[in-house]
Write a protein that binds this ligand. Structure first.
Ligand SMILES: [Mn+2]
Length: 301
């Protein structure tokens, strides 16, 4: 059996229920919405798609209205599909579909999927949430998490496995803060416009931590270079500080490099050769005569 499921908590709980029902021999592909659409275009063979747009001719178990509307419009909704926009989570639909009964662990998994998707995650789940967010692109981690959930249910929160993973993530977070603090100690007064390359010095997932302290040290526009993923090794996120939001439009710069967004928050994926000179040139086009600009690398000096 082969299932495609979402990389978020709801999708992982769906995977856990499938493992609980059919055992660890099933094949699981973890995907984002975009990846699910691509898999479907490639006619990827799947038996089930959970918490995602339907892949190929699989049985779709989902609760997203956009997916429901799309399937109806394109005539792809069959009587085997369980796409109910009113359901709180895909996990509860999987729970019903697989007809669990007298299985307290399955009940706990159902409860977790529900909590996560309604943004009501209790504080005791926070370490698990943080660990998932930091590892969401690692499919072997997602598989491991699904397996543990399938066998342990809520007791996963008390495992050494989670504690070790959480400790590691917390220390990465602390190291990131240290790099930023150290950089700002060496640059107590920043120019008005800052182009900063954070690659190689802090994890891409935590790169946005620079915005707040950099604004605090005098920047009004920040163009932050980071590695979003293997497929997007050079991403730039642009931000304008709140008090200057009506005076600048960074989406113009993002659009120049094929991206987009809003006046005060935009992003793009430029080519390596554009960094830093072409980016500086484009930023200068939206700058005022009083503005200064500088390119930095976020190392420890
Ligand atoms: Mn969901």
């Amino acid at each position: 059996m082969r299932i495609v499921t979402h990389t978020d908590f709801d999708g992982i709980c769906c995977a856990a229920l499938f493992i609980r029902k059919f055992g660890s021999s099933i094949d699981i592909t973890f995907a984002t919405i975009k990846q699910a659409q691509q898999l479907s275009e490639e006619n990827f063979p799947a038996d089930y798609t959970c918490d995602l747009p339907k892949v190929s001719h699989s049985v779709n178990i989902d609760h997203h209205k956009t997916n429901y509307d799309n399937l109806t419009e394109t005539n792809r909704l069959t009587e085997r599909d369980v796409v109910l926009p009113r359901a709180a989570s895909a996990t509860e639909l999987v729970f019903d579909h697989l007809a669990f009964s007298n299985d307290p662990i399955a009940e706990e998994i159902k409860e977790l999927g529900h909590l996560a998707d309604t943004a009501l995650l209790p504080v005791e789940y926070k370490p698990l949430d943080i660990v998932l967010n930091m590892n969401v692109e690692d499919s072997s981690f997602l598989r491991e998490l699904s397996e543990k959930l399938a066998s342990l249910g809520k007791s996963i929160l008390q495992t050494q496995w989670l504690e070790n993973r959480h400790e590691k993530v917390v220390s990465i977070h602390q190291k990131t803060q240290n790099v930023i603090t150290n950089f700002l100690e060496h640059h107590p007064i920043l120019p008005r416009v800052v182009l900063i390359d954070s690659r190689n010095y802090i994890p891409g997932k935590l790169a946005k931590e620079v915005f707040k302290p950099f604004f605090h040290n005098g920047a009004i526009i920040i163009a932050l270079i980071y590695e979003k993923s293997v497929s997007e090794p050079i991403r730039i996120s642009f931000r304008v500080t709140k008090v200057e939001q009506s005076n600048y439009d960074v989406s113009i710069v993002a659009k120049h490099f094929g991206g987009g967004g809003h006046r005060m928050a935009a992003a793009c994926t430029p080519n390596a050769v554009d960094i830093p000179h072409e980016v500086i040139k484009q930023l200068k086009k939206i700058m005022k005569p009083i503005d200064t600009i500088e390119f930095f690398i976020l190392d420890n000096n």
